[in-house]
Write a protein that binds this ligand. Structure first.
Ligand code: SF4
Length: 227
């Protein structure tokens, strides 16, 4: 797969919450002279029914697809390895645009499919027996790299779709709250992945930061597990 890097001259729609993406798209549609209903069509293709790129949004006129690709980016994560266990659990290794590698695990259990996702490349905490901790901290992930793990698996053929999310992959989510906060909105929003708040667990080994605590008070049903 050819990875599209986030371009500084284009707005990365996948780093935005659905509401913020809709706002940016609405301004572009006005400028380009396209009807406002096109905004909803594009937003739907960000997370709900993800499109691999603008060209795959065949419900849009070709001229609009090209114009959007000039203004906005939809950066992908490269799936570089996929490993299945006999119990049905699958491990996915993604390579990011700067070469960092992160892991996602999909765990089936009856009707549920839980994704264990990463929030950082490496980790600054050094919990005993954790291979990620032994690697050391590389960098924080951006929202499109965290929610992108869910998006990439939904783009597979056949798609692998999450019913539940746990932040128990690489990294300590509360140490990257700036990106985890909008990612929770993308995961939970009906215009994003629409995963119920009770089905999303932010697992932490650290004391919650004040911003995370404040935000959780506005997300009363979101689970936070301390390990
Ligand atoms: S916080 Fe998580 S990823 Fe980091 S060292 Fe501990 S167990 Fe590993």
């Amino acid at each position: 797969m050819i990875m599209e890097r986030p371009m500084p001259d284009r707005v990365n729609l996948l780093d935005l919450t659905p509401a913020a993406a809709a706002e940016s798209l609405a301004a572009a549609m006005r400028e380009l002279g396209h009807p406002s209903y096109r905004v909803g069509q594009v937003v739907r293709r960000l997370w709900q029914q993800p499109a691999s790129d603008f060209d795959a949004m065949r419900e849009l006129p070709a001229a609009l697809r090209s114009a959007l690709a000039e203004r906005f980016s939809l950066p992908r994560l490269a799936l570089t390895a996929r490993q299945a266990s006999t119990d049905g659990t699958e491990k996915f290794l993604f390579t990011l645009a700067d070469g960092q590698a992160i892991e996602t695990v999909a765990i089936p259990d009856g009707d549920r499919m839980t994704f264990c996702i990463s929030s950082q490349a490496g980790c600054a905490l050094k919990c005993a027996f954790c291979a990620t901790g032994a690697m050391g901290f590389q960098r924080n992930l951006l929202p499109h790299e965290i929610a992108g793990q869910v998006r990439e698996l939904a783009l597979l053929d056949p798609p692998v779709r999450a019913t539940n999310i746990v932040f128990m992959g690489m990294g300590e989510p509360l140490m990257n709250w700036k990106a985890v906060d909008p990612t929770l909105t993308i995961l939970n929003s009906p215009d994003g992945f629409g995963i119920g708040a009770r089905h999303i667990t932010v697992s932490t080994v650290s004391a919650p930061s004040s911003s995370a605590s404040r935000s959780r008070s506005t997300r009363p049903r979101m689970c936070c597990a301390r390990s």
